[in-house]
Design a binder for this molecule. Structure first.
Ligand code: FE2
Length: 185
């Protein structure tokens, strides 16, 4: 059975996939010439900054660092994933800034917004798939009780403000959109 920390990281990925589906739908609408829902994109990127970037990726960094100790052969994979975390955060911020610029009527071309959105989505999806197929599996196999205790001592607890037990006020509008859009549809 997966340790609860790993299980929770896996659930984060499922949740982020639901968010990614909403972003993808907005990009498709833009490609059809429709206006994107900027409020929705802004809410999504605010959430990404507040939880996945602040808690999810740093927690993975701690798990991967421990995995590297017990399985030195994963060194290169860990280094690559850590770099991807930095890149994902930067790419997400770039997309978020562009969404805000459009909201503030700064001239941004549709192509620019689409490209930044697409790049972000593709990187996020590829990254999560890589983790699930690679180091998450290895972490489940190789990390023992005491490794998870070491990891647990370094991870600070944080409730997910959107998918956690209580939806924070800032994310109520986004939560309504998520529940109106069941996974895979
Ligand atoms: Fe990650």
């Amino acid at each position: 059975m997966k340790h609860e920390i790993l299980q929770s990281l896996h659930e984060d990925h499922i949740n982020m996939s639901r968010i990614a589906e909403l972003v993808a739908a907005e990009l498709v609408a833009m490609e059809r010439g429709e206006k994107p829902d900027l409020n929705l994109l802004d809410d999504i990127m605010a959430y990404v900054t507040a939880y996945p970037d602040t808690f999810h990726h740093p927690t993975e960094d701690i798990v991967f660092a421990q995995l590297k100790r017990v399985a030195p052969e994963v060194q290169e994979d860990v280094t690559a994933l850590l770099a991807e975390h930095g890149d994902l955060i930067a790419t997400g911020r770039a997309f978020q800034s562009l969404v805000r610029a459009v909201e503030e009527d700064v001239v941004v071309t549709r192509a620019e917004l689409l490209t930044k959105g697409r790049v972000y989505l593709d990187k996020l999806t590829a990254h999560m798939n890589k983790e699930e197929a690679g180091l998450f599996r290895l972490a489940a196999d190789r990390l023992d009780h005491s490794d998870w205790a070491t990891i647990g001592a370094r991870v600070e607890a944080m409730e997910d403000p959107l998918f956690g037990p209580a939806v924070a006020a800032d994310y109520r509008r986004l939560w309504q959109r998520i529940t109106a859009h069941p996974p895979g549809r």
